[in-house]
Design a protein around this ligand. Structure first.
Ligand SMILES: [Zn+2]
Length: 350
């Protein structure tokens, strides 16, 4: 049952006459005659309203305009991409993978391979964020996945594996780079790279499996490391790493419960954490897990993803009203084609 309540009665809110619905599943709020409108709460209601408006437009998928968007990004990137100077293999991966998901031939294959090669450290064997930058597990993952999409053999595999395994600590966790931070992204990047290059079975990950399990929070999802807040990105990394290492999807009711709460009932897309805003990139990180456990509202998710399209310039945005970018375009498409991809890596299934 849904109750219509003027919850801001008594709170100085002359700028807007807010009324909204409170689900009966929130009895605590339902009983309150007043609710303090915090900045984050206000953002939630504004987002819900703008998403619902956009959903009502029933946008139709436009493949061609997204291809045009990607081709335009190859010519020139706006100044907002400057902050991604140390993520150049990621830019390559998001572009080539999006093209593949859109079923479009990539005519810049050689240039993309050359770009990735320029980021490869000839000393350590890993890939840095750009030419001459320190090798990092995340950019190494992006480079190897991009090469996989392009159907190219990874060069100097032995040296690459030595870089990846060199990140492993005595407790089975992985650091992102030499002397870097430890988190579950490191494990996912490492085991994914070893898996797609056929090197996984040559190493022992018994401690790694235990370390990943220690990252599960009281909520049921996984945090970046033990005792951190549950987050959909880290939960994806943890659960998929366990799948790669053990060949099984972990069965755990508290995990399923947490994942099931990530798909928003009004906005229809996913959020990444409890009480956070919907965002199209979680269509993949959380959508993939929901699909694995058969709890995905596919039609609802597709409606949200389509609402995040820019039908004038192409590309996908985090949420209606935001600007499009390559990251959200790739993961929006991964969510849209969730039935066609290998959910472990976000790559189109062969
Ligand atoms: Zn996002």
């Amino acid at each position: 049952m849904v109750k219509e309540t003027d919850v801001f009665n008594g709170v100085p809110l002359n700028k807007k006459a807010w009324t909204f619905t409170i689900p009966s599943s929130m009895p605590l709020f339902g009983q309150m005659s007043t609710l303090r409108l915090t900045e984050t709460l206000e953002k939630q209601y504004e987002t819900r309203e703008s998403v619902c408006n956009e959903l009502s437009l029933n946008k139709v998928y436009n493949r061609k305009i997204h291809v045009k968007y990607l081709l335009r990004k190859r010519e020139i990137l706006s100044s907002s991409y400057q902050s991604l100077d140390s993520s150049q293999p990621w830019l390559v991966f998001w572009q080539v993978n999006s093209m593949r998901l859109l079923d479009e031939q990539d005519h810049d294959k050689d240039a993309m391979i050359a770009k990735l090669e320029s980021c490869r450290s000839k000393i350590t064997g890993g890939y840095g964020g750009g030419p001459g930058q320190m090798a990092h597990l995340a950019t190494t993952y992006a480079a190897v996945m991009a090469l996989t999409v392009l159907g190219v053999k990874v060069p100097h595999k032995e040296q690459l594996v030595s870089f990846v395994m060199g990140r492993m600590g005595t407790d089975g966790s992985f650091t992102m780079h030499h002397m870097g931070e430890t988190d579950v992204r490191g494990v996912y990047c490492a085991v994914s790279v070893l898996s797609v290059t056929g090197e996984l079975s040559k190493h022992n990950f018994v401690k790694t499996v235990e370390w990943i399990k220690s990252c599960q929070s009281y909520e049921g999802g996984y945090g970046s490391r033990p005792r951190d807040e549950a987050h959909a990105g880290y939960t994806f990394c943890a659960v998929v790493s366990l799948r790669i290492l053990t060949d099984d999807w972990i069965e755990d009711p508290s995990l399923l419960h947490w994942i099931s709460k990530r798909q928003c009932s009004d906005e229809l897309g996913f959020n990444g954490r409890t009480n956070k805003l919907v965002d199209v990139c979680y269509s993949y990180w959380a959508g993939a897990l929901s699909k694995v456990y058969n709890i995905l509202g596919v039609e609802e998710l597709n409606r949200y993803i389509l609402a995040c399209q820019d039908l004038n310039g192409g590309g996908f945005m985090d949420k209606p009203g935001k600007g499009c970018d390559l990251y959200h375009t790739n993961y929006g498409l991964c969510g849209f084609f969730i039935d066609d991809i290998d959910v472990r890596y976000g790559l189109m299934s062969e």
